[in-house]
Design a protein around this ligand. Sequence first.
Ligand SMILES: [Zn+2]
Ligand SMILES: [Zn+2]
Length: 258
Amino acid sequence: MYANYHTHTYRCNHATGTEKEYVERAIEKGLKILGFSDHTPYPFPKEYHSGMRMRVDELPDYVRTVENLKDEYKSDIEIHIGLEVEYYPRHFDELLKLVEDYPIEYFLLAQHHIGNEYDVEAGYCGMPTHSDDKLRQYVRQAIEGMETGKFLYLAHPDLIAYEGDMDLYDEEMRRLCLAAREHDLPLELNFLGLTEGRNYPFKRFWNLASELEMDVIYGCDAHRVDRVMEDGIVERADHFLEGMHLHLIEEMKLPAHV
Ligand SMILES: [Zn+2]
Ligand SMILES: [Zn+2]
């Protein structure tokens, strides 16, 4: 593994470490490509404050900081700048307009919430649920996001902690995988979930992905500097996927702009 596109910074309010610290760690661990994908600012209505992402007015400094590091470390590592983005239909166009003037190269699609985040009571998709509707909406919304053509890959596709009818789960997740294939988006095996023993990566999901021989990419999802290429993590990921029929993508071709 020489490329990681899933890296956070202190700006999202639930991660620690500066961009520079992440870059130095990545170099120390032998990465050749490091992509920043901090949680996107979202142009929500003023009444709503999302505590898990940078504010809109923090975007310029994020961009400037990463751009400077690109230059400073150009002989050691290739640095890219992206954002981790939920597809929220009501505000997505405004988000595209917001990033138009900044050199944002890619979006990772990560459906942490459904609806537009503030208007659906169900909350975070990683909370255990038996709701068929929530599962269906998660998949529908992720597919609509993919259909915009604005995303590089699907981060932790198996984030939703659905505990209901597993036949329905299989059916919905197969749809999700087939849409990802249609739009040529790899599925991310998420190291954060693996390390912290979260509900994802979820074996059942990856068995389905294996049946469909999907493309997979590894992502650190580092919220702490030492989670960039944490010791032993690649071996754990390889072990998790052992015997499965997946195509591991090592490097993404990035557009010039989202
Ligand atoms: Zn996060
Ligand atoms: Zn993330």
